[in-house]
Design a binder for this molecule. Structure first.
Ligand SMILES: Cc1cc2nc3c(=O)[nH]c(=O)nc-3n(C[C@H](O)[C@H](O)[C@H](O)COP(=O)(O)OP(=O)(O)OC[C@H]3O[C@@H](n4cnc5c(N)ncnc54)[C@H](O)[C@@H]3O)c2cc1C
Length: 388
């Protein structure tokens, strides 16, 4: 299938986004894919990739240029997420969390001093960030969080436990959500900047996960961790709204990852189906196999189009951008789960062996239906928008 030379109307990417896609693709092929196996086995993100990504302009998409941002909008970020996922989920999510899930909190809600101190070095690849909202007893129900921020002389004392925090072990700065007013429900949440090594903060060892092996995920324990008044990020009591606002971009990054993971698994399955022979013909010679590949390709195209549509709507200020985003966050990870499952099946026994990347993509896709708002949370958003 090729549309080369076509210049008529279409929903395809324009030239600028296509060139950016090419930059991302080249970077991922040269710098990331060769490092996947070692990073996944070691459970760490290769440190040399931070400055390399910054130099390639991949840490600053959509961020303000005065702090080192490199232009582009939500669609560019979605494309970046998709391309990064061609390496592994764990390698992709690490910079995505730092620049595009924690970073937007700094960019949108930070004051000039906070941005100079944290955002500028983050976009230069010198600083890593994390965002800590989830707790052992509160995930989807953000407002039910129990972490508290008690006013003390000159600042606040943070107490509580944060769960499943990506980049916790790498982060120079973690954005921590806690309740400054425990009786005010979602109106009592405030976000704080907590520096690496702050007194009263301890981390669990990395959690052992089904997938995303190259990413660092830990529990964060806050035991009377003192932060000064100036550590408040944004407005006291507005933390819930700030988190929900930044979630929109996060959701599209995750939908983009789903599209990228599914694409690479499908490409591998197509190549395998052409090469592997059974009963005297290539696998693709069996109608059931090529029909399943064709179904996967159609589902993937619909997921990609919806994801791009949602991103383009944010860039254009469309009033229904949030609705399309919830749809994309619901459908793209579901499609990815189906596509990686079909791809693994087409690989037969080899699909179950670690040497075949499809085994990793199979594991990595699953979390995308959970992180950044589960399927059920997206359905609830959509149902509300339908008037239920
Ligand atoms: C690898 C990994 C990385 C993560 N990184 C981060 C991070 O960096 N920072 C961070 O803050 N968090 C992070 N998370 C947490 C993630 O966002 C949460 O796991 C997710 O929001 C779901 O919360 P939960 O696990 O507490 O599930 P729960 O909220 O307990 O939900 C359990 C199940 O019940 C369903 N459910 C809940 N309420 C309802 C309802 N009202 N109706 C119907 N169904 C419902 C959910 O959809 C889900 O299927 C990460 C998680 C993982 C696994």
């Amino acid at each position: 299938m090729s549309a080369e030379g076509w210049e008529g109307p279409s929903f395809d990417l324009d030239d600028d986004h296509r060139s950016f896609q090419e930059v991302c693709r080249t970077f991922v092929a040269r710098e990331m894919i060769p490092r996947v196996r070692e990073a996944e086995a070691a459970g760490t993100f290769p440190a040399e990739l931070w400055p390399a990504m910054a130099k390639a302009g991949l840490l600053g998409v959509g961020h303000p240029e005065e702090y080192g941002g490199t232009g582009g909008g939500v669609l560019a970020l979605t494309i970046l997420s998709e391309e990064l996922a061609h390496s592994s989920g764990g390698l992709a999510i690490t910079p995505l969390v730092s620049s595009y899930m924690a970073g937007p909190h700094l960019a949108r809600f930070g004051n000039a001093e906070q941005k100079q101190r944290w955002l500028a070095p983050l976009l230069a690849g010198d600083v890593v960030a994390a965002i800590a909202v989830t707790e052992p007893g509160a995930g989807s129900d953000v407002a039910a969080m129990g972490a508290s921020a008690k006013a003390v002389d000159g600042g606040y004392a943070l107490r509580g436990t944060k769960m499943f925090i990506t980049n916790a072990g790498l982060a120079d700065v973690t954005i921590v959500a806690a309740k400054t007013d425990p009786d005010a429900g979602h109106g009592g949440i405030t976000t704080f900047l907590v520096e690496r090594g702050a007194d009263g903060v301890t981390l669990s060892p990395p959690l052992e996960k089904l997938g995303w092996h190259a990413s660092d995920t830990r529990e964060v324990f806050l035991d009377d961790c003192f932060v000064a008044e100036e550590a408040i990020l944004g407005t006291a009591g507005r933390g819930f709204h700030q988190i929900m606002e930044a979630f929109q971009v996060e959701r599209l990054a995750l939908a983009g990852m789903a599209v990228g993971l599914a694409q690479v698994a499908l490409d591998d399955a197509i190549a395998h189906a052409r090469e592997r022979r059974t009963f005297g013909s290539p696998l693709s010679g069996h109608q059931t196999i090529r029909h399943r590949l064709a179904t996967a390709a159609a589902e993937l195209e619909s997921a990609r189009t919806l994801t791009y549509q949602a991103a383009a709507r944010w860039d254009a200020g469309h009033p229904e951008a949030a609705t399309t985003t919830a749809m994309a966050k619901l459908l793209a990870p579901r499609v990815a789960s189906r596509v990686v499952d079909e791809a693994l099946q087409i690989f037969g026994g080899y699909g179950f062996i670690e040497e075949t990347p499809v085994a990793m993509h199979f594991r990595d896709a699953r979390i995308l239906r959970i992180g950044g708002g589960t399927d059920e949370v997206q359905l609830e958003i959509l149902a509300k928008r339908m008037g239920f």
